[in-house]
Write a protein that binds this ligand. Structure first.
Ligand code: 13P
Length: 289
């Protein structure tokens, strides 16, 4: 069942676990999320970037919702940029939208987020926004410290905007890190104890299991994952392409039937799903429904 992301994360905060939020972009990746969630009885958040098709992904998610009505999930617009895309996602029935104004000045960030909160809440859609800035891994060493979330500002921001969850910058970055990831657990601990809404960690990939498990224990409820699940899928795809394994039977023993395109893609998506299941277990979201 699709539920507002705020609701899904409030339960995670109360019970002390994290929800995996992989980036999905087509039928196969969305189906893999439902299969993983059903297998582990874990909630899941489908993070969709506007570029991958807002209406298309909403329709696919609705299709799988009918196949697996027992799976609690949220459908979230990831890094919402253009106003039109955010409104489109609300119109398409997303149960959450992220509006990312993390590179704007504080006042502009508040002003634009508040407007989206008003529209989204009118139809029961949750809103995620970011304060501080989670940058790109390639620039990690230069940008990490400048972007960290400030506690006092975060408290004011949540109060002023009315967001349902807050993406915080506590030392992660998107994609592959240049240098070692170094997380500010003390800052996260203060944020988690004082900020009244659930917290989101962007840039989960490459952060390391130990860091991520500790981040969840310290108070993160949503972990965004793109690069790691994508790379795991690519690796499985490469192995499938290189495989000489025979599937089914050819017309005789001298003409074995190779994996066709559909089977090869399925093998890649199985790699994506296995990595996702690993993270669901790591975040303690197994057996939560
Ligand atoms: P990673 O690619 O580092 O996992 O980041 C994903 C993300 O934060 C999407 O919003």
């Amino acid at each position: 069942m699709m539920i507002p992301m705020g609701e899904l994360l409030a339960k995670a905060k109360k019970e002390g676990y994290g929800v995996a939020a992989p980036n999905v972009f087509n039928r196969e990746t969305i189906e893999a999320c439902f299969l993983a969630a059903k297998k582990l009885r874990a909630p899941i958040i489908l993070d969709v970037a506007a570029v991958h098709g807002i209406y298309e992904c909403a329709d696919i998610a609705r299709y799988y919702e009918k196949q697996y009505p027992e799976v609690p999930f949220a459908l979230n617009l990831d890094h919402g940029g253009a106003y039109e895309d955010i409104v489109k996602a609300i119109h398409a029935g997303f149960s959450s939208v992220m509006i990312d104004r993390s590179t704007c000045a504080y006042e502009k960030n508040v002003e634009e987020v508040k407007e989206i909160v008003k529209i989204a809440h009118a139809v029961g859609t949750s809103v995620e926004a970011e304060l501080g800035h989670v940058g790109q891994g390639a620039e990690y060493e230069e940008t990490r410290d400048a972007g960290l979330t400030k506690l006092e500002e975060a408290l004011k921001y949540v109060e002023e905007t009315g967001v349902d969850c807050l993406a915080v910058a506590v030392g992660t970055s998107h994609g592959v890190y240049k240098g070692e990831p170094h997380l500010e657990f003390e800052l996260l601990d203060h944020l988690s104890k004082e900020v009244p809404v659930p917290l989101v960690l962007h840039g989960g990939s490459g952060t390391g299991d130990e860091n991520l498990a500790k981040a969840v224990r310290t108070g993160i409820q949503k972990v965004n994952l793109n690069t790691d699940v994508s790379e795991a899928g690519k690796q499985a795809l490469r192995e499938a392409l290189a495989s000489t394994e025979v599937h089914g039977s050819g017309k005789d023993e001298f003409t074995p039937k190779k994996m066709n395109l559909q089977q090869t893609i399925a093998a890649g998506v199985a790699g994506f799903q296995a990595e996702l299941e690993h993270y669901m277990k790591l975040f303690g979201s197994e057996n939560r429904w």
